[in-house]
Design a protein around this ligand. Structure first.
Ligand code: BTN
Length: 317
């Protein structure tokens, strides 16, 4: 409902409570209650007896009302849960998924107190400026194919950044998003599965958008720092969600090869000498390709090829 009110307010310069009520089939009192709720969330909406309501400024929060307007996806973002502060969007998404939440449900936080990175690392999630989000998916894929899921997200996020900012993001396998060799975002994929049945997958991604420079760790950057101007988080997030959905539907319908090709356009790992640590193994060699299942193919110094499905990669000079 609030989504419809915001849409009407943004389309019309001024609109009376009565007109708004007629447009979305609720009473003037109900309109007034929704307007007050939006104001509490930080939207600036003026009202005057002569002109009615006037939209002044949005709340710069990734609210469901904001993201839902014009999103036009079929699955992803049909339900958006927005939280000001939580431990981790992965925790909330997992709880929702276990209690049967629909595929495509998105959990967004303005800040996380226990944001998780890959391999149990901490993910710094400073308030105001970042995108911290998890998506619940229930793909028709075997657990062994799930490694393809973060690739579609990496490609979607990179393409959205490129289109909206003209920056040139790159991906370090498996899914570190970099600009000018500094990390701008990362993807964490968690899976609930039995031997050969995937119950659900949580794609979580964190992106430094307008984060305060002081809150950025060494070796990381933000889109604002690179672009030298603020980036509209809501528009970027909508574009990312649309692209993740398109890639996800394509992956399930047509398989991974086109997505892997797209990944190659952004990847900077292939052709380089790398060190990979996965579980207790440490491997060194040349990264020669990404397999159709998303694994990284290495040519080891012994001359043998080896595929790794997960791990940390260091690019050697
Ligand atoms: C990494 O590069 O290590 C992956 C980082 C993933 C961080 C995101 S932020 C939203 C979601 N919730 C979390 O706790 N982690 C992911």
């Amino acid at each position: 409902m609030r989504e419809l009110i915001l849409k009407a307010l943004q389309e019309e310069r001024h609109v009376s409570g009565e007109q708004l009520g007629k447009r979305i089939h609720i009473s003037r009192t109900a309109v007034w209650k929704h307007i007050n709720a939006l104001r509490k969330k930080g939207y600036q909406i003026h009202s005057s007896p002569r002109l009615g309501y006037t939209f002044v400024k949005s709340a710069d929060l990734l609210l469901a009302e904001e993201i839902g307007i014009g999103l036009e996806t079929r699955i992803i973002g049909k339900r958006i849960v927005h939280c000001d502060e939580i431990t981790s969007t992965q925790d909330v998404a997992e709880e929702l998924a276990r209690s049967g939440a629909e595929q495509g449900t998105v959990v967004i936080a303005e800040t996380q107190t226990k944001g998780r990175g890959r391999k149990g690392r901490n993910w710094v999630s400073s308030p105001e400026g970042g995108i911290y989000l998890s998506i619940i998916l229930r793909p028709n894929l075997m657990p062994s194919q799930i490694v393809q899921i973060p690739l579609i997200a990496g490609v979607a996020v990179s393409k959205a950044i490129k289109n909206l900012t003209s920056l040139e993001p790159r991906i370090k396998w498996p899914n570190d998003m970099l600009i000018h060799n500094k990390k701008i975002g990362g993807i964490l994929t968690e899976l609930s599965a039995e031997m050969d049945v995937t119950r659900f997958v949580l794609i979580g991604f964190g992106l430094n958008v307008n984060n305060d420079k002081k809150a950025l760790l060494e070796g990381t950057t933000s889109l604002r720092e690179q672009k030298k101007e603020e980036v509209d988080r809501a528009i970027l997030l909508q574009e990312i969600l649309r692209r993740i959905e398109a890639n996800y539907l394509f992956l399930q319908a047509k398989g991974s090869s086109v997505i892997i090709d797209k990944w190659r356009n952004y990847g900077i790992t292939l052709g380089r000498r790398v060190k990979v640590s996965c579980q207790s193994q440490h491997l060194e060699g040349e990264a020669i390709d990404i397999d159709t299942d998303g694994g990284l193919l290495l040519r080891l110094d012994s001359g043998f090829n080896q595929k790794v499905m997960a791990g940390d990669v260091v690019h050697c000079r």
